[in-house]
Design a binder for this molecule. Structure first.
Ligand code: WTA
Length: 576
């Protein structure tokens, strides 16, 4: 299919004082080997990303600079790089005292807090593979991930530990509870107690660049969530994209609004800022426009990385609120996770006086791949251009590159430094991404214009992107059919002006059940409690029958066509 642009609007460069001076020059000349030389491990071959992100600043005389500015409703704390070094050393010793060593999986399941970041980097320091989990996950979601990865330990809080089904997790030996009061249960230890006993000096585990570092579970269109493994080598990309895309300098106060349960909250909430020696602002609690603007004002945030849904909510809250706050500290604003509407970019220009720079990447790519750079004109609605040292293309289903303005598969030439190295326990799934060698097939469809800018068009599969969170329809359907009233369920993403997409479920009921508002609420609650709040369908529609293939697969494509009032297309495989 050939597409035509409605508009060729261009927002010119606003500052010439950028880390990346010329995109064209860099794209021609840059190689990843140039970056490797930036790190002390270039000569030894051994590495630990946590050393480079924390201890190195202390060793080079920057230990008293602020690393973390944390706040939530009850705490307001600032920690220097030297503090973070001591804390993460202690936590590394805690894990070692429990007998945990290189390569073992340690999960963190708790809200954003200084302890979260301590545990995260402390785990990496002893060579463990760290797996962050959203605090919103309920028991089934937690269990799936811990079982699949054979996790040996989990760091959590007294409230959240109730959702860890310890008895069903034979590999899980230690539940490390932060803020525990009174007695501790089976396999439980107190974070505070062990930290108090631990030394703040640690023998760092020196790793090979290809050794595992972090494991992020993410959703696909079929099956259970996939454990995407990243290795220490990813830091090369985290560092360089932090420098050129986020434009970070050591005196920046940088705020990434993403939760570390999502890859953005680790790659760009931890690694990129700290590898670049910048201060990272972490704000706990829920979203509210006042709270967010206040966070910028109070911390004098200079670089701000957020997501389209958040920008749309801020836009919806109106300009009057913006004007109540002093946002003059902002130098650079960025977005990721879903399509960034041209309208939002125009709004940002008007109210912040800043361009919002869209960036495209995926859990699997481990780092930013297609971006708008401060030194490049922006076309509102476009994701930008490939990062220097990488190559992106639009290819057909055989892997042939397509000309400009032709829609096709968004593909990247493998490999790049932060590319995933495996899908945990699932080599076949991993291979699927690379079946058209040398391409990595993203699952997104897009086109490229004649200037080399990429334009997002949609997902090729059924994966739902609601407020920037990837939800696999299969997971939601599986949970829905566990409800006694549900016979069959088909789940789709329905376009939504605020959230990008919302989850809509089509349900056929079992004998003896009648559609009702109460039943809708009950089913929504059931998914919220069983899986996660963000996975619960906002809309439920009851149907006598769902469209299925002869082999019994629910045809989400047909559900989507019903929803959008579009033709249903080829129905030759439909059951009846
Ligand atoms: C979508 C990790 C449009 C896309 C960051 C991708 C985007 C999926 C953009 C990855 C963007 C991400 N414009 N769509 N700038 N960035 N996406 O792994 O469909 O949770 O494949 O995100 O989000 O989701 P993930």
């Amino acid at each position: 299919m050939t597409v035509k642009l409605n508009e060729q609007e261009l927002i010119p460069v606003m500052s010439t004082d950028n880390n990346l001076v010329s995109y064209e020059e860099a794209y021609k000349n840059f190689t990843w080997e140039d970056v490797e030389k930036e790190f002390s491990w270039h000569s030894t071959g051994k590495v630990n990303a946590a050393y480079e992100a924390v201890d190195r600043h202390v060793d080079e005389g920057r230990g008293d600079r602020t690393a973390l500015l944390f706040s939530d409703a009850s705490r307001n704390e600032s920690h220097t790089f030297a503090d973070m070094m001591a804390l993460t050393n202690k936590f590394g010793n805690v894990l070692r005292s429990l007998g945990i060593s290189k390569g073992e999986r340690v999960f963190i399941f708790m809200p954003r807090s200084p302890e979260f970041y301590t545990a995260f980097l402390g785990s990496v320091k002893i060579g463990a593979i760290v797996g962050p989990l959203f605090e919103a996950f309920m028991e089934a979601a937690v269990k799936d991930r811990l079982l699949d990865s054979d996790a040996i330990a989990i760091v959590t809080t007294p409230q959240l530990k109730e959702r860890i089904p310890v008895a069903e997790l034979p590999s899980l030996k230690h539940v490390i509870v932060v803020g525990a009061e009174g007695e501790t249960g089976e396999r439980e230890v107190s974070f505070e107690k062990l930290m108090a006993e631990a030394s703040d000096r640690l023998e760092i585990e020196w790793m090979d660049r290809e050794d595992g570092m972090q494991l992020h579970y993410t959703s696909g269109s079929t099956g259970k969530p996939k454990g995407v493994l990243h290795v220490h080598n990813a830091m090369i990309q985290h560092f360089q994209t932090g420098k050129w895309v986020l434009d970070l300098r050591q005196d920046d106060i940088y705020w990434c609004t993403a939760d570390p349960g999502w890859v953005t909250g680790t790659a760009y909430g931890i690694w990129a800022p700290w590898l670049n020696g910048a201060t990272s602002v972490i704000r706990g609690g829920r979203f509210s426009p006042e709270d967010w603007y206040q966070t910028i004002e109070q911390n004098r945030v200079t670089v701000w990385y957020s997501a389209p849904t958040a920008f749309r909510m801020l836009m919806g809250a109106g300009e009057n609120i913006v004007n109540k706050f002093d946002l003059s500290s902002l130098r650079h604003v960025l977005s990721v996770g879903e399509p960034l509407n041209a309208e939002v970019v125009r709004w940002g220009l008007k109210v912040f006086g800043k361009r919002i720079h869209d960036t495209w990447w995926m859990t699997e790519t481990g780092g930013q791949m297609i971006c708008n750079y401060p030194s490049m004109p922006i076309k509102p609605g476009s994701m930008g251009k490939p990062f220097p040292g990488t190559y992106a293309a639009i290819v057909d289903d055989q892997g042939n590159e397509l000309p400009p303005y032709t829609m096709g598969n968004l593909a990247l030439r493998a490999p790049w430094p932060s590319m995933m190295r495996k899908i945990w326990n699932n080599p076949a799934k991993f291979e699927e991404y690379f079946k058209l060698k040398p391409w990595y097939i993203s699952g997104d469809s897009a086109y490229k214009d004649e200037d080399g800018y990429f334009w997002f068009q949609g997902r090729v599969d059924d994966v739902i992107n609601t407020s920037g969170e990837r939800v696999g329809p299969f997971e939601v359907e599986s949970k829905l059919v566990e409800h006694p009233a549900v016979a069959e369920a088909g789940v789709i993403g329905k376009p939504d002006p605020l959230r990008g997409e919302i989850i809509k479920a089509f349900i056929s009921l079992r004998e003896g059940y009648q559609p009702s508002e109460e039943l809708i609420k009950e089913i929504q609650e059931f998914v919220k409690k069983g899986l996660a709040a963000h996975a619960a369908p906002r809309e439920i529609e009851f149907r006598d029958k769902l469209p299925k293939t002869r082999s019994g697969k629910i045809m989400r494509r047909v559900l989507k066509a019903w929803e959008l009032g579009l033709p249903t297309g080829d129905l030759s495989t439909l059951e009846d």
